[in-house]
Design a binder for this molecule. Structure first.
Ligand code: NAD
Length: 309
């Protein structure tokens, strides 16, 4: 089997590429390196530096004709999408359309898409289900939702198979201290520098934090399951930002209190995603709780910090 991973030089993509190569799949990576890094890419993968909106992408897909495409390349910064919604839509909406056209021409059997809990906006619900209303409050949430709609449209028009995975807040080793869900990486960076943790808002806001290795397993499961489904990749549990800060400070052995700044526009207050659909259709469940995931992330981050000094 041959797979192409767009955004394979990024945080989640590079973990996915490694797992695919481990399971004997031939992997090609397509990435413009806007936030990704070639050093993240497993050497067993073939690297192509190109933008998903470029003609090279079309040529590459037709030439390589992969069986499966994992589409993770994106403008993934919520704040950037609020200030520059045009740039966000160009990558996340137009980029996805170009990619879909190329996949269709190349006869790709299935596309697996990295979507987000951001499509729901501020839903007043304890735990969100996939068929709940979508009312994004950022350009990013809207552009991902629109990309999803085009993926479903390509199935209706041309029968192109897909699975849409809506991730919770993904964290783990190798995450850059920016973009969506980067709070764990941001906290880790401040711990390394000896700076106090910075919390936007009062810290009572919650997130459904899902460990990157579990996200990779969900992507791999989607190769042969959940056709034409939209599925949460989440823990179904919430952690407040205050709690996250407390746990990390404890791991670090620090007693420095966090500092607070005003809440930011576009940030959702409460986020919890049911994973019942993933359990049923993907036969997947998360193996990492927040404590185990944070510990592994912390250890790996501090080890790489030591190597760099
Ligand atoms: P990331 O920024 O580390 O990875 C994105 C990758 O896409 C980068 O390597 C970047 O260089 C590449 N890229 C961006 N624009 C491109 C373009 N026009 N052409 C080619 N490559 C391009 O982000 P990540 O956290 O690994 O996110 C991966 C995917 O998962 C994204 O689609 C994101 O929206 C989605 N997602 C992430 C989270 C999270 O918590 N990290 C949550 C929900 C969804």
């Amino acid at each position: 089997m041959k797979a192409l991973v767009t955004g394979g030089a990024g945080f989640i993509g590079s973990h996915l590429v490694r797992a695919l190569a481990d399971s004997g799949i031939r992997v090609h990576v397509l990435d413009n390196l806007s936030t990704g890094n070639v050093a993240n890419v497993d050497p067993r993968a073939v690297m192509h530096i190109a933008d998903i909106r470029s003609s090279e992408t079309r040529t590459l897909l037709i030439r390589e004709s992969p069986d499966i495409v994992f589409h993770l390349a994106a403008q993934a910064d919520v704040q950037h999408s609020i200030h520059q919604p045009d740039e966000d839509a160009e990558v996340n909406v137009l980029g996805t359309i170009y990619l879909l056209q190329a996949c269709h021409e190349a006869g790709v059997a299935k596309l697996i898409f990295a979507s987000t809990s951001g499509v729901y906006g501020e839903l007043e619900k304890q735990c969100i289900h996939e068929d709940d209303p979508t009312e994004p409050i950022s350009g990013y949430g809207l552009s991902k939702l629109t990309a999803e709609s085009y993926i479903r449209l390509f199935y209706r028009l041309y029968g192109m198979n897909y699975t849409i995975l809506r991730y919770g807040n993904v964290y783990g080793p190798g995450q850059a201290a920016k973009g969506e869900g980067g709070v764990v990486a941001l906290f880790m960076e401040r711990l390394k520098k000896g700076s106090p943790l910075l919390i936007h808002g009062d810290g009572t806001q919650t997130r459904d934090f899902v460990y990157v290795k579990d996200v990779v397993r969900a992507n791999v499961a989607a190769i042969r399951a959940a056709d034409q489904r939209t599925v949460h990749v989440s823990t179904g549990r919430t952690t407040s930002i205050n709690r996250l800060a407390y746990d990390l400070l404890k791991l670090h052995g620090s007693s420095v209190r966090p500092v607070y700044s005003p809440a930011r526009a576009g940030d959702i207050h409460h986020s919890c995603l049911s994973n019942a659909v993933a359990r049923h259709w993907l036969r997947w469940e998360p193996l990492y709780g927040i404590s185990a995931g944070l510990k592994e992330t912390y250890t790996s981050s501090m080890d790489s910090g030591k190597k760099g000094t």
